[in-house]
Design a protein around this ligand. Structure first.
Ligand SMILES: Cc1cc2nc3c(=O)[nH]c(=O)nc-3n(C[C@H](O)[C@H](O)[C@H](O)COP(=O)(O)OP(=O)(O)OC[C@H]3O[C@@H](n4cnc5c(N)ncnc54)[C@H](O)[C@@H]3O)c2cc1C
Length: 315
């Protein structure tokens, strides 16, 4: 049992980010007896929240939806005493014994900070994309798929997310066209097999999207065949973009040198070079990109933060 003489806005551990890494970090920190606050953003859950069927998460052989799993993780953390603040971290500075954290709703102090701010889906950065966002351009297949009955959807990308979401869309749309820039798909074998078996999905590799077409709503995409150099227009009512992610790590960029992909470098215990500062999940270097890995990171980072608070060692 520990005596707690911290003031209202002081915490032993603050977790920035309410995805599965952050929720698990906060849960673990609280279970270790630490006064813990999570800056969860407006709605906890991160990417998982909008995923209809999370695959590969142990304990759920048939998958589980994000809107079931995320509230379960949130409730577990709250039950252990984690304080949830629906704000984002804006800036961090080093203070005498820890960090001063500026959030949207005010300022906090923490002896240890776990950055679990994840990553954001990349944009294509082509004409039409910004103007047609929400008018057919989307990152959320489970949200917008049900509106595509009898229609054609384009999915841009060839990795896990693109293939998984094309399968989600195929349950609703009349046809789904996957446009992959590389010569081959890169998603895991199980998704490649399922996509191959789904007659409503066609895959075109070596195709680069150059523009999203439409006046008020999406009417198609302009693509370049990278082998021949020819461009053509494909009619479609919606475009879903899954071409990778950009880490949300900018707020610590002044304190540590980010890796070449903008992620936060950590050691095997998820510690950065700054004592007390850790990173977990998609925001950190070498993240595996799966939900279970982010959850594992969250638990490991909280353990390492607890050890630091106990003995002050950072080697
Ligand atoms: C379409 C799609 C399908 C997927 N399907 C699967 C699947 O079936 N199985 C699987 O294992 N994995 C899947 N994944 C991967 C999985 O979603 C991620 O690996 C995992 O959710 C990452 O969790 P995270 O907590 O590290 O990051 P995130 O989910 O990115 O969470 C980070 C959170 O931090 C918030 N945040 C950002 N900046 C700040 C800030 N400054 N302050 C506070 N909060 C901030 C973000 O808004 C977000 O809520 C999928 C991913 C996508 C995109």
């Amino acid at each position: 049992m520990r005596c707690n003489d911290m003031s209202n806005n002081e915490y032993e551990i603050i977790v920035a980010g309410g995805g599965i890494a952050g929720l698990t970090a906060a849960l673990t920190a609280a279970r270790l007896g630490r006064k813990t606050l999570i800056l969860s953003g407006a709605v906890p859950g991160g990417h998982l929240l909008s995923i209809e069927r999370i695959d590969g998460y142990p304990g759920f052989p048939e998958g589980i939806s994000g809107y079931e799993l995320c509230p379960m993780a949130q409730e577990a953390a709250m039950a252990e005493g984690v304080e949830f603040v629906p704000s984002e971290l804006i800036a961090v500075t080093r203070a005498e014994s820890g960090f001063t954290i500026q959030a949207e709703n005010g300022s906090y102090r923490a002896r240890s900070l776990i950055m679990a701010t994840g990553a954001s889906l990349k944009e294509l950065d082509v004409p039409g994309e910004t103007a047609l966002r929400g008018k057919g351009v989307s990152h959320c297949a489970s949200c917008d798929g049900p509106m595509l009955r009898g229609k054609t959807a384009v999915v841009v990308g060839g990795g896990d997310s693109a293939l998984q979401e094309s399968l989600t869309l195929a349950a609703h749309a009349a046809s789904v066209i996957v446009l992959q820039k590389d010569a081959q798909l890169t998603g895991q074998a199980v998704y490649q097999r399922q996509v191959g078996e789904q007659t409503r999905i066609s895959v075109r590799c070596g195709m680069q999207v150059e523009a999203i077409l439409g006046a008020q709503v999406v009417s198609g995409v302009r693509v370049r065949n990278l082998a021949t150099g020819e461009t053509s227009d494909l009619p479609a009512e919606a475009v879903f973009i899954y071409i990778g992610m950009t880490p949300n790590s900018g707020s610590v960029a002044k304190m540590i040198t980010l890796d070449e992909n903008g992620r936060i470098p950590v050691d095997a215990m998820l510690r950065t070079t700054v004592p007390g500062l850790l990173a977990a999940g998609l925001a950190r270097s070498g993240a595996a990109g799966r939900a279970v890995a982010s959850a594992g990171d969250g638990a490991a980072a909280a353990q390492a933060a607890d050890r630091f608070l106990r003995n002050g060692e950072w080697q």
